[in-house]
Design a binder for this molecule. Structure first.
Ligand code: DX5
Ligand code: ZN
Length: 217
């Protein structure tokens, strides 16, 4: 079954608590939390203190996506703020193995993400230690961009790697996901869909989530 992870980057920050409560009521599996440092990507979003504030408003999985240059320095902060999965980028400046160990050592799940220009093979050396791989379907940094369909061969390749590894590893896609592109990702092997603007721009979150789910059946 497909899992839906709404990206709060597209939500109304002035009503964040209410926004995430409504997403929980809509039955999503996870909440996608985009952290940007203005260095790894050309945009700044929010950090662990904001996340901590909404922990009480959402009982499900906090799926944290770190688009920051030095994730290793901040793992402890995000764990304390209630992260259940931390995904960081293979293109970052921190040591990849050490960062995975820090996340797993804290007793939570670890994900590794790749930007559009990075090949699937970049995650291969770490696959055994990972719980999730995130294939970006836009250049990270901003919501509301157009889906890059040319990432689908990479999604297929990573799905093959996961199957070969014989482990339960989630394959997430992020960027430009709507009912149409979400279905394409699902058909190509992704099982976790991040969707920001597509979901949060709709008046009825339950209907929006249900329609996205149904598009993958
Ligand atoms: C982009 C972020 C995404 C973003 C997706 O850098 O990682 O999670 O919020 O937004 P949409 O779904 O609007 O493309
Ligand atoms: Zn994201």
């Amino acid at each position: 079954m497909v899992k839906i992870s709404p990206s709060i980057l597209a939500s109304d920050f002035a009503n964040l608590g209410n926004e995430v409560k409504r997403m929980e009521e809509a039955g999503v599996e996870m909440l996608h939390i985009d952290v940007m440092d203005g260095h790894f990507v050309p945009n700044i979003s929010f950090g662990a203190p904001v996340m901590k504030c909404i922990r009480k408003d959402f009982n499900g999985i906090f799926d944290v996506h770190l688009m920051i240059s030095e994730p290793l320095r901040y793992i402890g902060d995000f764990v304390k703020a209630g992260a259940n999965i931390i995904t960081f980028h293979v293109e970052c400046d921190s040591d990849i193995k050490e960062t995975i160990n820090a996340i797993k050592g804290a007793g939570i799940k670890a994900g590794l993400s790749i930007k559009p220009g990075t090949p699937a093979q970049a995650v291969a050396p770490y696959l055994d230690q990972l719980d999730m791989v995130l294939v970006m379907t836009v250049e990270p940094g901003f919501g509301g961009q157009s889906f890059m369909a040319d990432m689908m061969p990479k999604v297929q390749e990573i799905r093959r790697m996961i199957t070969a590894a014989g482990k339960e590893i989630d394959l997430q896609v992020d960027g430009g996901v709507n009912n149409e592109t979400g279905r394409i990702c699902w058909e190509n092997g992704a099982n976790v869909l991040v969707a920001g603007s597509h979901l949060f721009q709709q008046a009825d979150y339950s209907q929006a989530v249900e329609a996205l789910r149904e598009s993958c059946q």
